[in-house]
Design a protein around this ligand. Sequence first.
Ligand code: PMT
Length: 223
Amino acid sequence: ESKQELKGKTILITAGPTKEIIDPVRYLTNRSSGKMGYALAEEAVKMGAQVILVSGDVGLKIPDQVVHVPIVSAQDMFEAVMKNYKHADIVIKSAAVADYRPKEVFSQKMKKKEGNLVIELERTKDILKELGLKQDKPYLVGFAAETEKVDEYAWGKLERKNADMIVANDVSKEGAGFAGDTNIVTMYKKNHTKRALPLLSKNETAKAILDEVIQEIKKSDQV
Ligand code: PMT
């Protein structure tokens, strides 16, 4: 039986990929399955938290007792997070958000033409960074999906996005990152310490991340 250590806390979790519409039959997306974020939602509920899960339809069951806010694009996710973060004590951004979207969305199916096609892309808003700038910012956990220089990029993200913790996964490692049922993560914290977890199921990884967040919040409540 869990100790209900998150009782009375609200956690907002983002999960899965975003889809950036090109035309009525096409979109840009990525390899995220939503499993990491849904595991976080499940474990947070077990620990007694109120959970708001912002994600697209990834074909996974929404865990019982979770409030699901459905989204499609990075812009939808931005709006959903900005609307809901005020109710949250903790925000965990495990979603794989598109960094770019088509500049123009076509209302009719694009027809084939001679020669190459160029689709111009524009930047999406950085949700994590925007949250990091808020006066009333909740305890903020970002993820980092990297294929090289994991340490350097994770410390950089912690700093630049003013997050309280970055959970990095080296997605080039067997058993880590997208789609599978396991992950290998390292948690990077504000006090410049890091903690590496071994290969674990996504649920075990989620539990360990939440335990770490609880410890950190307890520490900061004491000062
Ligand atoms: O869903 P699964 O198949 O289980 O896979 C899990 C996962 C690999 C997707 C997950 O563990 C993970 O690493 N999620 C973050 C993926 C990602 O987009 O990382 P990033 O390094 O590009 O982004 C850094 C952080 O900024 C992330 O917290 C991301 O949510 C956030 N971000 C990124 C872009 C943007 N426009 N807004 C954001 O908030």
